[in-house]
Design a protein around this ligand. Structure first.
Ligand SMILES: [Zn+2]
Length: 265
């Protein structure tokens, strides 16, 4: 996948490419947007472009996809690319301490070391305070790429040190074109399903894919439509109780999915 193949966020990509081409990459980048819009995927493409060994001249704003560095990023084994995600419900102080130790070592293969931190809003207070000096006075070779779906939960002191990129909902037209142009989807799914997936996705490609790929998701949708019909038919109290019982029997995964779809109606 190249930057051009990424669905949505064209404005952000064009700014990032310009910065890559001009060697003006900031020390702390923050991607913000609802889950399912590809923050992690775009962070990986950006990291790949920074680390690519064949990025001289006109290729500087992208990556070759072929060099040893690009291949290592694809396999998640690049020594200069680190990932941090919540352990359990939060990012803990020990994880930030460990990260700081790692960042003291200079890059092993190129001239940059990158870490991608997912769900930064889930940092404990201690972890967030400890993060501050990575963002304030990073070693000159460090690029931090922070991802969040909840900007309002971040300390202002963290926000003020980051270049913030707010993701926009993916235009339905772009999503539709993606599915029509992708053999995995255009062969196995009828037009009506694709239209429905795009409409239900709320501008999130991952949600639309999940809808098409996951029967459980579709079944949940069917149940929600039934639930609405039950609610509208106020005289049918028995059906309402039956429906409530059905809800109580769901697994956590089913419940999460159920309410997620519910909010889209
Ligand atoms: Zn490369």
């Amino acid at each position: 996948m190249q930057f051009e193949d990424f669905v949505g966020q064209k404005d952000i990509i064009s700014v990032l490419k310009k910065k890559l081409a001009e060697d003006r990459i900031g020390h702390a980048i923050l991607f913000c947007g609802p889950n399912g819009q590809g923050k992690r995927t775009l962070a990986l493409l950006f990291a790949k472009a920074i680390l690519c060994l064949e990025q001289e001249g006109s290729k500087k704003d992208g990556f070759c996809g072929e060099c040893i560095s690009c291949k290592k990023v694809d396999k998640f084994i690049h020594p200069d690319l680190l990932f941090i995600a919540p352990q359990g419900k939060s990012i803990k102080i020990e994880q930030v301490r460990e990260l700081k130790k790692e960042l003291l070592f200079k890059p092993g293969e190129g001239d940059k070391k990158i870490f991608i931190m997912e769900d930064v809003h889930a940092m404990s207070n201690e972890a967030a305070n400890s993060m501050l000096n990575i963002l304030e006075e990073p070693p000159e070779y460090v690029v931090s790429v922070l991802l969040t779906s909840n900007l309002s939960m971040l300390l202002p002191t963290i926000l003020s040190r980051c270049e913030i990129y707010k993701f926009s909902p993916v235009p339905p037209k772009d999503m539709y074109e993606y599915f029509k142009g992708n053999i995995n989807y255009n062969v196995n799914h009828i037009e009506n399903d694709i239209n429905k997936a795009v409409a239900l996705s709320g501008g999130r490609l991952a949600k639309a894919k999940m809808f098409l790929e996951n029967d459980l998701y579709k079944n949940q949708e069917r149940e929600i439509i039934e639930a609405f019909e039950t609610f509208l038919d106020k005289k049918n109290r028995l059906a309402l109780f039956e429906w409530a019982e059905k809800l109580a029997e769901k697994t956590d995964e089913e419940l999460d999915m159920f309410f997620e779809i519910f909010t889209l109606f």
